[in-house]
Design a protein around this ligand. Structure first.
Ligand SMILES: Nc1ncnc2c1ncn2[C@@H]1O[C@H](COP(=O)(O)OP(=O)(O)OP(=O)(O)O)[C@@H](O)[C@H]1O
Ligand SMILES: [Mg+2]
Length: 278
């Protein structure tokens, strides 16, 4: 049965960079919504997010507006703190798993998962396979240019209950340079921090997921609730022995239980200026 004709289900898209993954998953969302079927969209593309929050995995519950998919604001976010899954594969898989669990607990019948174009090497293989093992999709849309997905597909074919839909790369696909990708992310950071203000946090009053020595000025951080989901991103402005000044769009930090150091430094205009020295 075609995925959109089902009563419920989970679908994931895989493919290299610039293969039309996001466009496809949004088209599936539109077909579900046109049939009156609710879905949760998990955007695990932490580099080229469609939901406007780079370095985070987000859950949105899309709607239709003027015949198009309208994503709205993310309802739940999971902080990764990097623009690439490389070096963070386990965290990305955990994040996608936790958000899937959220959607299922909310009783939303369909889950759609968008992914990064990281398909190469052992990390690419591990990322896609572990994700599929954890979320058990009913359908995987695979967008392949030549034979770059062969090793991933070999393993996916052995997993029971997954319908693999092989699709060609659409003719109209437009590629984006690394600079365009970075500029797009920086615009999203500026938007996320648009009405942000600086809070002073006593280090004794909060737990740090990692080493507090990592919390250096300009570092991107995640401000997390008691369930480990991100309430917002933060940017460290200053720190001393006992306290931390963090820029965040949150107006009230009472729900923040922990702070997680990311792996990206942003200057005061939210330009990416590198990674912290570890
Ligand atoms: N079927 C299509 N027809 C016309 N244009 C398309 C189609 N699919 C994708 N595009 C265009 O190609 C570009 C890249 O598409 P998209 O963002 O969906 O790819 P992606 O694989 O998600 O990229 P990324 O690797 O950055 O996540 C976009 O500008 C999109 O509008
Ligand atoms: Mg995409």
């Amino acid at each position: 049965m075609e995925f959109v004709e089902r009563e419920s289900g989970t679908a994931m898209v895989i493919g290299g960079v610039d293969t039309g993954k996001t466009t496809l998953i949004l088209a599936v969302a539109l077909r579900l919504l046109s049939r009156g079927k609710m879905c949760g969209l998990i955007d695990s593309d932490i580099g080229q997010s469609v939901s406007g929050a780079p370095c985070m995995i987000t859950l949105t519950v899309p709607d239709i507006s003027d015949g198009r998919v309208s994503l709205g604001e993310p309802v739940t976010m999971y902080f990764i703190g990097s623009t690439s899954p490389s070096g963070h594969v386990t965290k990305v898989i955990q994040g996608v798993g936790s958000l899937c669990e959220r959607v299922r607990r909310k009783g939303i019948p369909f889950i759609l998962v968008d992914t990064t174009g990281m398909i190469q090497g052992y990390e690419g293989l591990e990322l896609k396979l572990k994700k599929a093992e954890l979320i058990r999709p009913d359908c995987i849309y695979a967008l392949q240019r030549k034979d770059e997905l062969v090793s991933i597909l070999t393993y996916l074919r052995k997993m029971k209950g997954i319908a693999l839909e092989m699709l060609p790369i659409p003719d109209g696909v437009v590629t984006r340079s690394m600079d365009e990708r970075r500029e797009r992310r920086e615009a999203m950071f500026r938007k996320h921090f648009r009405d942000a203000s600086v809070f002073e946090i006593m280090l004794s009053s909060i737990s740090v997921d990692g080493c507090s020595g990592m919390l250096v000025p300009n570092l991107l951080v995640g401000l997390k609730d008691r369930d480990g989901f991100a309430l917002a991103m933060g940017r460290v402005v200053d720190r001393d022995e006992r306290s931390l000044s963090v820029l965040t769009r949150l107006k009230d930090l009472s729900g923040v239980r922990s702070i997680e150091p990311g792996s990206l430094l942003l200057d005061s205009d939210f330009r990416e200026i590198g990674r912290p020295i570890s």
